[in-house]
Design a protein around this ligand. Structure first.
Ligand code: TK8
Length: 352
């Protein structure tokens, strides 16, 4: 190839990369109503779109969900699964579900606080001490109450699935103390409480949709991010991040959502099958998440990452640094909600 042609080819490759980069960003079109798609061969089409990839526990949970429905209502529903934010990121798919333009989605609870502010309670740092307590509280009446609040907003929350305890990764240096966080550019979810938490730690947080994160780390637009171990490992963040600190600073769930419009149009018997399937798949997701959390921390190490386990004192330094977030956000979330969830956490933590 002559030099001229080579340069031209390079320019075209770059242009294409830029173009697809743009398309895969926030500007992605939300799911559109598509009459032809609502029924295939007499089956009702249920599209479920999530941000994570096909090997993540959430997607495996969706496969389980689909299996359950196919088994109990054979031939009635065509459940279609979409990974990697194909039909939009969390905010977009949730909006689409509200309008009835998408049947189902499974976002993190955090980007939904613009719709149901009370869900912000789950964003309070260090709220849950462990998964057992988290499950007890979320699956109990206090957690159900929050799901019920979604109905007035056009969303039926079927169940809390596991996203999990979130840990900090970055590409700059090892983090052991809040001082080490100072000045780091950290991508956070689109949620004011996460923003406040990282500001309190002295970081420079930037909210960003999940699908833009890998590229942002690769291009060093951000130094780091925070997510549970399965997301870090299965999304190959080790390729663009060097350090992981097991901060466990917050537990956030995914919420399996069905559009209220779709739900209200379903026969009661089918609603029960969908609800039961959401629970069966939830338990499955929690089980595999645990297995992955246990095994993948070592795999990150093998992949060359420095894994930092905090001492109880170091952990406490992080907790102390973000305490102010509770006072700042309790009224904004709703005092009753925060107090009732905190009371449930205490109760569940006391139980042995
Ligand atoms: C996937 C997200 C992801 C969340 C995030 O769409 O944005 O960091 O943890 O799981 O919901």
């Amino acid at each position: 190839m002559s030099k001229k042609w080579f340069v031209l080819a390079m320019v075209m490759v770059m242009a294409t990369t830029l173009l697809t980069g743009c398309l895969s960003s926030d500007k992605k079109p939300a799911a559109k109503p598509d009459a032809a798609k609502t029924e295939t061969a007499g089956k009702k089409v249920i599209r479920i779109s999530i941000g994570l990839n096909e090997v993540h526990p959430e997607y495996l949970g969706l496969k389980k969900f689909k299996e359950e429905i196919d088994k109990k209502l054979p031939g009635k529903y065509d459940i279609q699964l979409y990974a990697n934010a194909q039909l939009g990121d969390d905010v977009k798919t949730t909006e689409a579900a509200r309008m009835g333009n998408l049947e189902m989605t499974g976002p993190s609870s955090s980007p939904l606080t613009g719709i149901v502010k009370e869900l912000g309670v789950f964003d309070l740092p260090f709220l849950f001490p462990n998964t057992t307590v988290a499950y007890t509280v979320m699956d109990g009446p206090a957690g159900q109450k929050l799901l019920d609040l979604m109905e007035a907003k056009g969303l039926k929350g079927l169940a809390y699935w596991e996203n999990g305890f979130r840990h900090l990764t970055n590409s700059a240096h090892e983090v052991k103390t809040p001082e080490d966080v100072k000045g780091l550019k950290i991508r956070v979810m689109q949620n004011p409480i996460h923003l406040a938490t990282w500001k309190a730690l002295g970081a420079n947080p930037t909210p960003m949709p999940f699908s833009e994160l890998f590229t942002a780390m690769q291009q060093k637009t951000v130094d780091g991010q925070e997510n549970p171990i399965p997301t870090i490992y299965l999304s190959k963040y080790n390729e663009v991040q060097k350090y992981v600190t097991l901060t466990g600073h917050v537990y956030t769930p995914h919420i399996l959502i069905i559009s209220k419009k779709v739900w209200d149009g379903m026969p009661k018997e089918d609603q029960k099958v969908f609800q039961d399937a959401a629970y069966v798949a939830r338990d499955y997701v929690r089980k595999i998440s645990k297995e992955m959390n246990d095994s993948q921390t070592a795999k990150l190490k093998e992949a060359g990452m420095t894994v930092t386990v905090l001492t109880p004192e170091q952990q406490k330094a992080f907790q102390d640094a973000v305490k102010s977030v509770y006072a700042e956000y309790t009224d904004k979330i709703g005092k009753d909600t925060v107090e009732s969830i905190v009371a449930e956490v205490k109760k569940a933590s006391a139980k042995k």
